[in-house]
Design a protein. Structure first.
Length: 969
């Protein structure tokens, strides 16, 4: 027997020498002695397995799993043990079965006949290859295709602390006692931590799970409970067998959680959470939406949810927003639970967030669970559909709530922002298998871009035909693993039935998007009375050519509801005569109606000015979504020299109609443009005019709808107020600032809940109250809403108060961290002209101390450079740079200078146009910004639009960067 083991070791050494990958990891290979009979003979004829891929060889497949797992988590013990029996069918002649494992100790592996009653061999020989996480099991003989056996594997593991696999978590209950629970997160590849298995998305089998646990705890899994039996100090909860599923969808929760039953639902649904959260009604809102969302999806897709219950568990420790395990969806607590006593202003936002997250996970029950991707390269078949339908279904179930507008403002900007980055942009079908790279598939390409491409084809085919095609796809691939061509086939079948003789090859069209990275920029020009359309991958000029569905509205034919394509742009350039697309040479022209296409549009200068004229004359001729998108596109045209250039005065001109714009989606998209002007004009001779302009376009709306939400007002009104009020307060409109100050006093004096903007509220706080707040954040790390005060006390317009606030950064006896000291400087300097001047003086006077007290003095100067728009402040900043270099303080002078040089470059390119635009205004008088009582001679303007809730962005440049790179939820 020992001779046989020696032969095994020798063969592994030979394999390692012949396989470079094995050579890198041969020290990780473990040899485990076999005790079954005839082992020497088995070793003589068994081929050695030499992995060169992370994929299983698929020489066998699972038919079903029976799992019994034991946990003592109720006692605060973290070890678990398991026994899994896997019924296996041999696919290719083999003497080995290869499974996945992770961080488990294998005790013994036994082999049984297919019926599981007769043992064939005990203690099989196995090899563990950690780098691939392969468990290679040698069988006593060669098995032929279609032979069936049962493997019994006994093993041990530990509940992990990192939120992966079968992991542990705890919460502190009302008695201040830590309570432990155990739960799972198996996607992408952590099911192998809970049991050795075929842990790939394209390999499916039914699973019957039993959990042995403490009597005081409850076990929940994917399926209903079949039985609960006593076993000494334990109970064994046995669940019904699942349908054929991927291992990553298996889930358990062993806890003392309580639940509330869902209402208005076809099947039983429960919301699980900590007992006190359930008692306070935190799960009630979720319980009211899970039923309608399920019903809406079943009706839309035409395929029933496949099992008899659904549980939703809210976890205080969870690394993701949610996980779509069939029958047991897990969520981070804030994603599912909702405090019914939440301030009224933020109630709707929380409810919308919960609704769309629940919808996202429910969409996965069809796209991901009923039909799974054959491999992770096709994860967009899961996540793209979930991203699209979470908004689409919410919109169907709750009409009038405009959920699809959120798709335009959240999903599409996120997709665009990721898809322009060369390092993060790859094709939707891009292949990878390395574990560290698999998570990259779960990003903006797999979610948002894929959702946008699917939405585009939803409109190409029409929503009704698209839904019909999804029904065909789901039925054809029911409980199977799919590739994109399977989806294309279902869509083609539906389209051919509804539109016979269409000559549309959906497979070719969709592959032009799935197999290419990036997205196209469509350039629109009028040339000799013809419309010239050209495309290029944006940015740059890469050679990708996409099949682009073109939708168009013109002054002659303003049909913005027509979102099916009039023509396709298959080539780099195409020319269309007026008769083809119904336009006149002097028309305004808008492409990509309601932005259903995944592309951007670059209009020539004359077309831009025709669009602006229409918006100023009667903006309602153009659809609200396109009015919003135009704000994005004109801002891009201003900032990107590779596009048809517009002037800064064109961009100011397009904002003038916003005094009549009552659609929140358009206001949300104007943020980047307004923020850019706010930052670039800060400290210049026209900043006062700009703030006056902001007051003029925002005040009429607030006069009409009020500064605070009223009962039963529409969601559109609430969203509009939230979009406008921050700009009105930024422009120092007295009623707006007074409103925020009043709400702050209510909160401060009575400690009652109130929703207000800290920055705008603190503009008017001074004297003893201001000093008390400064002392509180400096001396008490648990001070109520401390972070909000630290970020916003710099909004004061009183120079002496600002000096007191900045001074706490020098006190080494207080509780401030180095990062907090730095953030005080950074978050103060951009709040107003007086704040900028005071901060510069403070840094200059306390230079030596600050270089040792803040976490990065270089970053302080980089932030300061963002607000430098005058020669005087450039000189002051350069003096600080020189002092830092002379004293060997680490800074990055080139980075600092590049920021303010960029500011001055913008001034050089655009300020004259802005100056002339303000001069040409006849409807307003050039004014300075309003003064404050504490500074009667100094106009002091904030530079950062704050949110209408309780959190304020740090400084103006932050908003610009966030809007450019995220522009999303």
């Amino acid at each position: 027997m020992w001779f046989g083991v020696a032969l095994t070791i020798l063969s592994l050494i030979i394999c390692a020498l012949g396989n470079p990958l094995s050579e890198l990891h041969n020290s990780d290979v473990e040899i485990v002695e076999s005790k079954y009979k005839f082992v020497e003979k088995a070793l003589e004829i068994s081929p050695r397995f030499e992995p060169t891929t992370y994929r299983l060889p698929n020489n066998s497949i699972p038919l079903n799993y029976d799992l019994v797992i034991t946990t003592d988590i109720d006692k605060g013990l973290f070890d678990f043990s398991g026994v899994v029996k896997i019924h296996i069918r041999i696919v290719n002649e083999s003497q080995e079965i290869i499974l996945h494992y992770r961080q488990t100790t294998i005790d013994v592996i036994n082999l049984f006949t297919a019926d599981g009653t007769t043992i064939i061999a005990e203690a099989l020989l196995y090899v563990q290859i950690p780098v691939y996480e392969f468990l290679v099991i040698t069988l006593p003989r060669v098995y032929n295709p279609n032979d069936e056996v049962v493997l019994e594997i006994k093993y041990r593991g530990e509940h992990r602390a990192d939120g992966g696999g079968f992991y542990r978590a705890s919460y502190v209950n009302a008695d201040l006692v830590s309570v432990w629970y155990a739960t799972t997160q198996f996607e992408i590849d952590d099911a192998r931590h809970a049991m050795p298995s075929y842990d790939e998305p394209g390999i499916r089998a039914p699973i019957q799970a039993s959990i042995k646990h403490g009597r005081t705890y409850t076990a929940v899994s994917n399926m209903d409970v079949e039985s609960i039996t006593d076993d000494g100090d334990y109970v064994i909860t046995r669940f019904f067998r699942t349908p054929s599923i991927q291992t990553y969808l298996l889930a358990f929760l062993v806890s003392d959680f309580d639940y509330v039953n869902a209402t208005n639902t076809r099947i039983p649904q429960k919301i699980y959470a900590r007992p006190e959260r359930i008692a306070r009604g935190y799960g009630d809102f979720a319980a009211s939406v899970v039923g309608p969302i399920l019903n809406g999806l079943e009706q839309h897709i035409g395929v029933d949810y496949p099992i008899s219950k659904m549980d939703h568990a809210a976890l205080n420790f969870f690394n993701f927003g949610a996980m779509e395990n069939i029958g047991l969806i897990t969520y981070i607590e804030d994603g599912l639970l909702y405090d019914p006593n939440t301030a009224q202003a933020s109630q709707e936002s929380r409810q919308r967030s919960i609704t769309t997250l629940v919808a996202h996970e429910y969409v996965h029950q069809w796209f991901g669970n009923i039909v799974s991707p054959a491999w992770w390269q096709y994860v967009w078949l899961n996540e793209g559909f979930a991203t699209l339908l979470q908004y689409y279904i919410s919109d169907l179930v709750y009409p009038g709530m405009n959920y699809m507008n959120n798709f335009v403002t959240a999903a599409m900007p996120r997709a665009f922002s990721v898809d322009v980055l060369s390092l993060n942009s790859w094709a939707m079908n891009h292949y990878t298998e390395e574990p560290a790279r698999l998570w990259d598939k779960f990003g903006g390409i797999g979610y948002q871009k894929s959702g946008c491409v699917l939405r585009m084809f939803q409109e190409v085919l029409t929503p009704a035909t698209f839904a019909k095609g999804l029904n065909y796809y789901q039925n054809a691939m029911y409980m199977k693993a799919a590739i994109p061509d399977d989806l294309h086939e279902g869509l083609q079948r539906a389209y051919d039935e509804d539109y016979p003789g269409n000559n549309l090859n959906i497979n070719e069209l969709m592959h032009s998007w799935e197999d290419r990275p990036g997205y196209p920029m469509i350039t629109v020009r009028l040339l000799n009375n013809n419309l010239v359309l050209s495309q290029r991958r944006y940015p740059g000029s890469a050679g990708e050519i996409y099949s682009v569905p073109i939708t168009i509205a013109t002054k002659s034919d303003p049909s913005f509801g027509r979102t099916t394509p009039l023509v396709w742009l298959h080539d780099e350039v195409d020319v269309f005569a007026p008769g083809q697309l119904n336009f006149a040479s002097d028309d305004w022209i808008v492409l990509n109606l309601q932005q259903v296409g995944y592309y951007r549009v670059d209009y020539d200068t004359n077309l831009w000015r025709a669009i602006i004229r229409q918006l100023k004359e009667n903006h309602s001729f153009i659809h609200p979504i396109n009015r919003a998108v135009l704000q994005d596109e004109i801002y891009l045209a201003l900032t990107d020299s590779t596009l048809n250039r517009v002037t800064a005065s064109d961009c100011m001109d397009i904002l003038t109609y916003f005094g009549k714009e009552d659609e929140p989606i358009a206001w949300s998209k104007a943020n980047a443009l307004i923020t850019s002007f706010n930052n670039r004009l800060f400290g210049t001779s026209r900043y006062g005019n700009f703030l006056e302009f902001l007051r003029e376009i925002t005040t009429p709306h607030l006069n009409a709808i009020g500064y605070e939400r009223i009962d039963f007002e529409s969601s559109v009104t609430t969203s509009l107020r939230n979009s406008i009020k921050s700009w009105n307060c930024l422009a120092l409109a007295d009623p707006c600032l007074s409103n925020e100050y009043t709400k702050f006093l209510q909160f401060y004096n009575t400690n009652t809940s109130a929703s207000f903007d800290y920055c705008h509220a603190l503009r008017n706080v001074n004297g003893a109250t201001y000093e008390a707040l400064v002392n509180g954040v400096a001396r008490d790390s648990s001070y109520v809403t401390r972070s909000n005060y630290l970020n916003n006390l710099g909004c004061s317009l009183n120079e002496e108060d600002l000096k007191k606030f900045l001074a706490i950064t020098l006190d080494t006896t207080n509780v401030l961290t180095a990062n907090e000291r730095q953030n005080i400087l950074v978050n103060t300097m951009g709040r107003s002209i007086i704040a900028l001047d005071t901060t510069i003086q403070f840094i200059d006077a306390n230079y030596a101390a600050l270089t040792t007290l803040v976490s990065s003095f270089s970053n302080v100067l980089v932030s300061l450079a963002a607000f430098v728009n005058s020669d005087e402040n450039v000189n002051k900043l350069e003096e600080l740079i020189s002092r830092a270099l002379d004293s060997a303080t680490f800074i990055n002078p080139s980075q600092i200078r590049s920021v303010y040089v960029n500011n001055f470059k913008w001034q050089e390119d655009n300020f004259e146009a802005i100056d002339n635009w303000f001069t040409s205004l006849t409807t307003t008088t050039t004014t300075t910004a309003p003064t404050q009582p504490t500074q009667p001679t100094q106009p002091s303007q904030p530079t950062t639009p704050s949110s209408a809730t309780s959190i304020t962005l740090s400084f103006g440049i932050s908003v610009a960067c966030l809007t450019l790179s995220l522009s999303i939820s």
